[in-house]
Design a protein around this ligand. Sequence first.
Ligand code: ZN
Length: 167
Amino acid sequence: MVDPREAVAAVVDPEIRVITIDELGILRAVDRDAATGRVTVTITPTYTGCPAMDVIRADIRRALAAAGHPDADVRTVYSPAWSTDWISTAGRAKLAAAGIAPPLATRDAGTAPATRAGTVVPLTLAVRCPLCGSAETEQVSRFGSTACKALWRCRACREPFDHLKAL
Ligand SMILES: [Zn+2]
């Protein structure tokens, strides 16, 4: 029997297949009832109505059943709301490697002062091209390859890329 936390943490996001739900930060808790052995998983959707959540719930149940934990409960919690800050450092690196621009974490943005020598740095600098690193990017469409991503284009290398919507 595999540890339920381990089994659930390995489930990949159905839309961004390079990243696990744990790295994406939507996995909140995995609890096992000591008396009954029943596993309860708590997840927070990346945004309300994300169609991938049904797939994720089914994938979690399947992974737990394969690990020897049938009849798992998957609970969805909306508060506190998921934010892109919850993506782990490893997750951000994987997103970047896959050509998906990971949104800058608020804690990272905090290290770049808004005013340095009187210069106001616009927050849009956060969207960098995952291919060449240029900040000269523009949003082409609010919807990229999936509803959770927006389509952006780099003005430096002219390549389009998916940007995970920052919330
Ligand atoms: Zn570029």
